[in-house]
Ligand binder design. Structure first.
Ligand code: BES
Ligand code: MN
Length: 460
C-alpha cells in the first residue's frame, strides 16, 4: 500500500532502530525482584513515547495482585462508528547472563552484519517497537488512523501475568474492541510469514521429596534409607513411556481430535519446523512420539517437561552424603481442550500413587498458566493480517500451530470478537536462550506490515 504512513516510517527508520536498542538496554527481567525498577523504567519509557506520538491517554496501571505495571494507551479519534483494534505486547524479558553462553553482553545490543543480538530482541521488544512506531507513523499523517486504537503492554508475560489477569477481571470494559492483535512470537522464517492458528496452553508445578529429616552419612545409612534423589528419579522416569508418551492417566482424555483437514492446513509449515530444528536445536537426534511431524509434536500434542531437578551435592570432589531432600520443576504444554487445573490434579494423583511410603512427596501447582487456544484462519482479522504480511514479504503466509504460550490470549478471545497473532521476529531467534537475535532487514517490513494491518482493518 502506498500511504503517507509508510513514507514517514521510512524517513524515521534509523531512529526506530535506536529506540529498539534503547529499550533492550533496560533489563526488564520480570521474574527477578532485583530488576523491578528496570521493569518500571521500561514501562515509563513506553508510556512517555505513547504521549509523544499523540495517543490521547497513556498511563501505567498497577494492580494489588501484581508486581509490574501495565502500560495502557488509547486513541479513539476515529469515532464511535469505526472499528477498534486492541494491540497487545509484553515488554518484560527472560533473565540472561554472559556466562550462560552469550558471545556478547546480553543487554548491550550488538549488530553483526544483518543480525542484532540481545536479550529481548526477538522476545519481544522488536514487537513492542514495531507496534509503537507503526501507530506513530499512522498518527503522524494528516488523516490519522481509520481505526480506534487501544494499546496494552504487560510486564509479567514471562512470569505469571498477575497484573493483566486482575485488570481484565475487574475492568474488561476498558478493553472492549473488535479485534485483539497479540503481537508476540516469531514468523516462521526471515523470508516467510506465517499465521499462528493454534497456541499451546501451560501449567507449572513443583514436586518436593523428603527422605530423612536431615542429611545423613551415606556409609552409615546408605542401603537402609530410601535416598530422595533416587526416589524422585524413579518417579520422574515413570512419567513417560518408551515412546515418549505421557503415562499420567487421563492426560489425553479431553484432547479434541485434530482432523486430517487441520493437519493438512498446517503441513506447509512442516519443512520450516524441520529446518529450524536442525539449525537451532543442537541436539543429537529428533526425539518424541511416533506418527507426528516435528511441528505436530510442538503444536498439537501436549507435553510434560522436566525443567529442573535438585538435591544432594554437586560441587567439586566427593561428598558421601545421603541427602534429606530432592525436588523438581515440571511444566506441561496443553492443547485444546485440556483444563489446566484438571491436568494438574491428574498429575498430582499419579505422582502420589507412584510414591512409595519410604519417602514423603508434596506437589504444588504454580500460580501461572493458561489453556490452549485455536484461532480461526478465515476471520476478517486473519485475512487482513495475511494481506498485510503479503504486502511486505511478497508471499502468502503459511499456517502453523505454535508451541509456545501467550497466557492472556485465551482471555482476550473472550473480550474482543476476534483474535489474531502477529509477530515480527523469526523462529530461529533463540528466544529465552543465549545469543537471542533478530534480522535487521525484517524490522522495516514488520513496521510496514503493522501499519497496513491497521489501515486495512479500517477499510474493510
Ligand atoms: N513469545 C513467547 C511465546 C511464543 C513462543 C509464542 C513461540 C509463539 C511462538 C512468550 O514470550 C513466552 O515465552 N511465553 C512463555 C509463557 C510462560 C512463561 C507462562 C512460554 O511460552 O514459555
Ligand atoms: Mn518468552
Amino acid at each position: 500500500m502506498t500511504h503517507a504512513a509508510h513514507a514517514y516510517a521510512k524517513q524515521h527508520s534509523d531512529r526506530f532502530l535506536e529506540d529498539l536498542k534503547h529499550l533492550i538496554r533496560i533489563p526488564s527481567i520480570s521474574t527477578m525482584p532485583k530488576h523491578a525498577d528496570d521493569v518500571r523504567k521500561a514501562a515509563n519509557w513506553i508510556r512517555d513515547e505513547m504521549e509523544k506520538i499523540g495517543m490521547e491517554t497513556a498511563e501505567l496501571i498497577d494492580m494489588p495482585e501484581g508486581r509490574h505495571p501495565l502500560v495502557f494507551g488509547t486513541w479513539m479519534g476515529a469515532g464511535p462508528d469505526a472499528p477498534t483494534v486492541l494491540v497487545y505486547c509484553h515488554y518484560d524479558v527472560q533473565p540472561a547472563e554472559l556466562e550462560d553462553g552469550w558471545d556478547t553482553e546480553p543487554f548491550e545490543p550488538t549488530v553483526k552484519g544483518d543480525i542484532l543480538y540481545a536479550r529481548g530482541a526477538t522476545d519481544s521488544k522488536v514487537n513492542v517497537i514495531t507496534q509503537l512506531r507503526a501507530i506513530e507513523s499512522i498518527l503522524a499523517t494528516p488523516e490519522k488512523s481509520p481505526v480506534n486504537i487501544k494499546f496494552i503492554l504487560e510486564g509479567e508475560e514471562e512470569s505469571g501475568s498477575e497484573t493483566i489477569n486482575a485488570f481484565v477481571a475487574k475492568h474488561r470494559d476498558r478493553l472492549t474492541a473488535d479485534v485483539s492483535v497479540i503481537s508476540d512470537g516469531p514468523i516462521i522464517a526471515p523470508d516467510q510469514p506465517s499465521m499462528v492458528i493454534g497456541l499451546r496452553g501451560i501449567i507449572g508445578m513443583e514436586i518436593h521429596v523428603q527422605g530423612p529429616v536431615r542429611d545423613l552419612h551415606s556409609g552409615h545409612f546408605g542401603g537402609n534409607v530410601h535416598n530422595p534423589v533416587q526416589a524422585i528419579t524413579e518417579i520422574l522416569a515413570q512419567l513417560h513411556d518408551e515412546n515418549g508418551t505421557v503415562t499420567v492417566p487421563g492426560f489425553y482424555d479431553d484432547l479434541i481430535p485434530v482432523s486430517a483437514a487441520e493437519r493438512e492446513a498446517i503441513a506447509g509449515a512442516d519443512k520450516y519446523y524441520e529446518e529450524n530444528w536442525h539449525k537451532t536445536a543442537g541436539a543429537p537426534k529428533v526425539w518424541g512420539e511416533a506418527g507426528y511431524t516435528i511441528q505436530e509434536k510442538a503444536g498439537i500434542r501436549p507435553t510434560l517437561e522436566l525443567n529442573g531437578i535438585w538435591g544432594g551435592y554437586s560441587g567439586p570432589g566427593v561428598k558421601t552424603v545421603l541427602p534429606a531432600k530432592a525436588g523438581a520443576k515440571i511444566t506441561c504444554r496443553l492443547v485444546p481442550d485440556q483444563d489446566p487445573t484438571k491436568i494438574f490434579e491428574a498429575i498430582q494423583k499419579h505422582i502420589l500413587n507412584l510414591a512409595p511410603d519410604t519417602i514423603k512427596v508434596e506437589m504444588f501447582m504454580q500460580d501461572m498458566g493458561a489453556p490452549a487456544i485455536r484461532i480461526p484462519h478465515d476471520s476478517k482479522a486473519a485475512q487482513t493480517a495475511n494481506q498485510a504480511y503479503f504486502n511486505h514479504w511478497g508471499k502468502q503466509a503459511v499456517m502453523e500451530v505454535a508451541g509456545g504460550s501467550v497466557p492472556i490470549t485465551s482471555t482476550f478471545a473472550t473480550v474482543t470478537d476476534e483474535v489474531v497473532l502477529m509477530g515480527y521476529s523469526h523462529k530461529g531467534g533463540l528466544a529465552h536462550g543465549p545469543n537471542e537475535n533478530i534480522y535487521l532487514s525484517m524490522f522495516d517490513k514488520g513496521i510496514g506490515t503493522a501499519i497496513d494491518f491497521l489501515l486495512l482493518y479500517g477499510q474493510s
